[in-house]
Design a protein around this ligand. Structure first.
Ligand code: SAH
Ligand code: ZN
Ligand code: ZN
Ligand code: ZN
Ligand code: ZN
Length: 473
């Protein structure tokens, strides 16, 4: 499958603007609705097809939607495989055993008890990543425990918990303060009153901190995340244990209703969804999920609002632009570079190579989104949007063409702007890195031969097919 979020360093290397898929599997969206996918501990599985050398195999199989490493979830079943009743029962029992030890309600009860404790009795076990009540102390006697957990600390769980580092499945990259602050201010400037945070725990907590500190900007936030540790810190109406690759609510209908109510409140007005998914490359299932959330919001709209769209910020690397826009044609990519705390590679550095490749994709008109001048953004009156200083307006393309924060150059043969490190190659008849091999093994797209994407993201095949199927979902 595609490179995990952590593979960005490699993915970003120029020339191959895409992902490695020498051997991999692709998700198949068109699974027959009459045969529901089997369940793993993370909800309905997805149907995949093995791909090698750019060719699809024929036998399809189900695997976990959330875990891209079989060490984390080893569910595997051929599409045409029939399981005995005994094996199905064993699987069901196993799925149950894998669920978190405490129910959502038990977590809430524990939290309410916890905040009643005097400061000296509020402890957090670092090994188990758990808030402790006095009855639990003995069991964690040998563990590393933090004492005197203040209310301020409780309000910032993303600082108390360590970020999950499982590279393939659940690496957590938390927003740097500057970016998180920028997002909260932007949401408030744009007039939003509710934010559905899908995989953005740090944004969720900053919104809530601001809301409690300032009555005027009283924005509500609901966090949907697969990281169950967060359920210790939030009541049922502000956190749902959720899988964004299959739209699965681990706590069933009650949790789904929390989400629905949140989206539809106030006639669905002034609500936005903000998401920062793992860059695992499964753009299609994410798009399917987001369309389901959009549909949920739409249900609450009156007929004459049917042209309206749910405002969305989808935070993702710039090289997924064509992919995201395939599924959401009304989205555009902002030039703002989103920075993270715990990822050395992407910190906003003075040196160019350290710029973050992560951008915001949105259906909000870009001229409404003011990017901070002091961080080096300017308004381009011709494009009617804010861009980074280095991103110069090209009079031939009539657009500010840079995608990666560097100044791009116009190539008159290619009739478009290209990366500064590329030169035009008259043998290949397009621009490429100077040391590319003209006749060498093609590592571009198997379908159309372009070098800037792979077969799975080729805009020239089955795109309309794929998108149509999606619309139907
Ligand atoms: N920048 C964000 C965090 C992004 S990291 C912030 O600072 O708030 C990706 C987030 O998505 C993590 O919180 C992770 O727990 C969550 N996540 C990963 N896989 C998920 C899945 N399958 N379903 C829902 N959330 C998931
Ligand atoms: Zn699973
Ligand atoms: Zn411009
Ligand atoms: Zn140009
Ligand atoms: Zn060229």
């Amino acid at each position: 499958m595609a490179a995990p979020r952590d593979g960005l360093g490699a993915v970003e290397t120029e020339g191959n603007g895409g992902r490695s898929e020498s051997s991999g599997a692709e998700v198949v969206l068109s699974s027959d609705p009459a045969t529901p996918a089997p369940l793993c501990p993370h909800g309905p599985t997805l149907l995949f097809v093995k791909v090698s050398q750019g060719r699809e195999g024929t036998r399809r199989f189900y695997a976990c939607s959330a875990c891209r490493d079989r060490k984390d979830c080893n569910f595997f079943q051929w599409e045409d495989e029939k399981l005995s009743g005994a094996r199905l029962a064993a699987r069901e029992a196993y799925n149950r055993r894998c669920q978190p030890p405490l129910s959502r309600m038990q977590c809430v009860e524990r939290y309410l008890k916890f905040i009643e404790l005097p400061l000296s009795q509020r402890k957090f076990c670092q090994r188990c990543q758990q808030l402790l009540l006095p009855d639990d102390w003995e069991k964690h006697g040998e563990h590393q425990v933090v004492g005197d957990v203040s209310l301020t600390q409780l309000k910032r769980p993303s600082r108390l918990l360590y970020p999950l580092e499982n590279k393939k499945t659940n690496a957590q990259y938390l927003f740097a303060d500057r970016s998180c602050q920028f997002l909260v201010d932007l949401l408030s400037t744009l007039g939003f009153r509710r934010v559905l945070c899908v995989g953005t725990p740090r944004l969720h907590e900053l919104i809530r901190l601001k809301a409690s500190g300032d009555k005027k900007s009283n924005i509500k936030s609901l966090l949907l995340d697969i990281d169950f540790r967060y359920s210790q810190f939030y009541m049922e109406d502000s956190f749902c244990h959720y899988n964004m690759f299959n739209h699965h609510f681990f706590d069933g209908k009650a949790a789904l209703e929390v989400c629905r109510t949140f989206l539809q409140e106030d006639k669905g007005e002034r609500v936005i969804m903000v998401t920062d998914p793992p860059f695992g490359g499964l753009v299609e299932p994410l798009a399917v999920t987001f369309k389901k959330l959009i549909a949920m919001w739409k249900e609450g709209q009156s007929q004459d609002n049917s042209h309206k769209e749910l405002p969305i910020f989808w935070i993702f690397p710039y090289f997924f632009e064509s992919r995201i826009c395939q599924f959401f044609p009304s989205f555009c990519m902002l030039d703002y570079q989103v920075d993270y705390d715990n990822h050395a590679l992407y910190k906003h550095g003075k040196t160019r190579r350290k710029q973050s490749p992560v951008r915001i994709f949105t259906n909000i008109p870009p001229n409404k989104i003011i990017l901070p001048i002091e961080e080096g953004y300017r308004f381009c009156p011709l494009c009617q949007r804010y861009v980074s200083l280095e991103n110069q307006h090209c009079e031939h393309c009539n657009s500010c063409t840079s995608k990666d924060g560097r100044k791009w150059n116009h190539c008159f043969f290619c009739k478009k702007c290209v990366k500064p490190s590329w030169i035009h190659c008259s043998i290949c008849n397009h621009c490429a890195l100077p040391d590319h091999s003209c006749e060498g093994p093609k590592d571009g797209c198997f379908v159309c031969g372009e070098l800037d994407h792979k077969r799975s993201t080729c805009p020239n095949i089955s795109t309309s097919k794929k998108v149509n199927k999606l619309e139907a979902c």
